[in-house]
Design a protein around this ligand. Structure first.
Ligand code: HEC
Ligand code: HEC
Length: 199
């Protein structure tokens, strides 16, 4: 219960901080400069080539902004990522989020195993993944794009949501991961990693 209350309080704080009427407009050029330190891991254009590091290209700006805030608050914890979020201002986060949203996600490598893809499509419908993550799993608002993301990264995140160890803004994804078996998680990650990232 405390967990839920804290999540709700955080959500309130976040909605206030990124309310569209408050704050100044994001600066894409500033975002490009600020993203230079991120490039060794996340790739020069936000397309990571490291399987454990997520691609950020084409991610909804609100999602990137909120994740950076969760890292800065040390709610979401990752040894490699934390030092790079610790000193970001709210304006930095807004600029970075806008910059990455404007980059084109790279085409996925390889195609899905047809049998796995068929099972994954049924799982997506059954668990309503696409009603939150949008048709084609391209993401919207504070909900991430999954299509074309790295397999290894997706696997780790789904396992963490299921184990209730990944912090999030509003607990909805932790709830959504509870009915998934380890086999479901592997099948979904296989499918999503090979899904075209554009509508
Ligand atoms: C040393 C490597 C490294 C550097 C440099 C780095 N990151 Fe990360 N970043 C990571 C890793 C690893 C993760 C995944 C953490 C996990 O497994 O949960 C991550 C996750 C993220 C996420 C969450 C993405 C998602 O899909 O949830 C965002 C946003 C992000 N980084 C932005 C940045 C920004 C902006 C910078 C530069 C200011 C940066 N990172 C620098 C390694 C790095
Ligand atoms: C009720 C809405 C909802 C449903 C249903 C849902 N998700 Fe999510 N998902 C979210 C939200 C919100 C986040 C971002 C959580 C946060 O705040 O960190 C997320 C995050 C994720 C992430 C992390 C991606 C990243 O870049 O770190 C994965 C993977 C994911 N969802 C997969 C799925 C799959 C697979 C399904 C269906 C089995 C699903 N989701 C169903 C709302 C949902």
């Amino acid at each position: 219960m405390m967990k839920v209350l804290r999540a709700v309080a955080l959500l309130g704080a976040l909605s206030w901080m990124v309310a569209p009427t408050g704050g100044s407009a994001a600066d894409l050029e500033a975002g490009r400069r600020k993203a230079e330190v991120c490039a060794p891991c996340h790739g020069p254009d936000g397309n990571s080539t490291i399987p454990s590091v997520p691609s950020l290209a084409g991610q909804p700006p609100l999602y990137t902004h909120w994740q950076l805030l969760l890292f800065r608050l040390e709610r979401r914890v990752d040894r490699q990522m934390l030092p790079f979020a610790a000193n970001l201002s709210d304006a930095d986060m807004q600029d970075l989020a806008a910059y990455y949203a404007a980059q084109t996600p790279a085409a996925p490598r390889g195609t899905s195993d047809p049998a796995k893809a068929a099972v994954a499509k049924r799982l997506v419908k059954m668990h309503h993944c696409d009603s939150c993550h949008a048709p084609g799993l391209v993401g919207q608002q504070h909900i991430p794009r999954l299509a074309g993301q790295h397999y290894e990264y997706l696997l780790k995140q789904l396992r963490e949501f299921k184990a209730q160890t990944r912090a999030e803004v509003d607990f909805t994804m932790t709830a959504a991961a509870q009915p998934l078996s380890e086999e479901d998680i592997e099948t979904l990650a296989h499918y999503m990693a090979r899904l075209q990232p554009t509508r």
